[in-house]
Write a protein that binds this ligand. Sequence first.
Ligand SMILES: Cc1cc2nc3c(=O)[nH]c(=O)nc-3n(C[C@H](O)[C@H](O)[C@H](O)COP(=O)(O)OP(=O)(O)OC[C@H]3O[C@@H](n4cnc5c(N)ncnc54)[C@H](O)[C@@H]3O)c2cc1C
Length: 350
Amino acid sequence: MSVIQSLRGALGEDRVLTGGDMAAWSGDWTGRYRWTPLCVVRPGSTEEVCAVMRIAHSAAVPVVPVSGHTGLAGGTHGDGAVMLSLERLNAIEEIRPEARVAVVGAGVVLSALHEAAEAQGLSFPITFGARGSARVGGLLATNAGGSNVLRYGNTRDLVLGLEAVTAEGRVLDLMTALHKNNAGYDLRHLLIGSEGTLAVITRAVLKLVRQPRAHATAMVAARSVSEALVLLNRLQDVTGGAVEAFEYMPAAYMDTYLALHPEARAPFDSPQAVNILLELGVTSPRDSTPGEDGLVPVVAALRGNAGRAAGTGAGAGCGGGAFRGAAGRDVGAPRGGGRGLAVAGRRAGQ
Ligand SMILES: Cc1cc2nc3c(=O)[nH]c(=O)nc-3n(C[C@H](O)[C@H](O)[C@H](O)COP(=O)(O)OP(=O)(O)OC[C@H]3O[C@@H](n4cnc5c(N)ncnc54)[C@H](O)[C@@H]3O)c2cc1C
């Protein structure tokens, strides 16, 4: 019996794709990588993943796991391979608000996890541009980062437990939700970041955090990275470590972006060597309730400190822009003639 026949026997005819049906699994959208898989399998359970791995192992056919196709680095290249799609393992099995954990299948799309956590006032803090397509299995396999690494770490730091299937089709059950777990070797960390080379990740237990009650976001320019670090440390000090994102964009990045998107507006009146997109997120009512001036304290803190840094020359020079709420509502001071600060404030639920 051929490998394809065996796989169809184990999963069902319509769960094993061949020929033109494999188009979506035969390249990535950059067009840089194209390949021709032997077939694409779409198992719906860990047991079915085990069956696929056993069949491929006994026939010595390679298997390439694929989640959301957003890696774009050729990691899912699989000429002649069985492409194992995780997309049907997409159950959000449990959100446990009191323990602040989510138990999910590897096929859950990142934005679906965000929505499920937010419905409970919680947040899974990994976020990046591909959140509407990238899936949990891909996040773990690449140890994805995103814009909030500074505060919450990479994916590795948010995984309490996982389940994976080995090349011979054995289940590795590491599905603990225990934070204080120091028993023996930690295979979890061997598998996170292994990019599909060691096992197929099928489920995970993920940490959730309190959803911030308010955010303040700014685009800040500095003369050097050292100056930007002075600002970062000051903001961490005055906010008790509320900096979620501090994303460095050099002048060359801005030039490339503006060349590609002529319709976009540069954040500053003149080009800057060091551009930082920064975001603060606060969870306490004290920092998120508007004061008598109508300004949310975290927005005021960002404005005051980033602005002060610009004045001293020890920190950031700040570009212009209006203060805007999440829904485009003006909430603060206007453009500052090249020494202002582009800040957006938003509160949860806005
Ligand atoms: C617009 C955009 C922005 C991005 N921003 C960031 C960013 O800020 N930070 C960042 O780190 N990445 C970023 N990426 C890269 C990418 O989104 C991440 O690497 C993401 O984690 C990949 O997830 P995926 O589900 O698409 O995985 P895929 O692309 O499907 O797979 C990626 C790799 O993981 C393996 N794999 C997939 N699923 C499994 C599984 N279940 N078990 C074992 N191995 C598996 C694959 O074989 C492959 O090697 C971005 C990509 C785009 C398109």
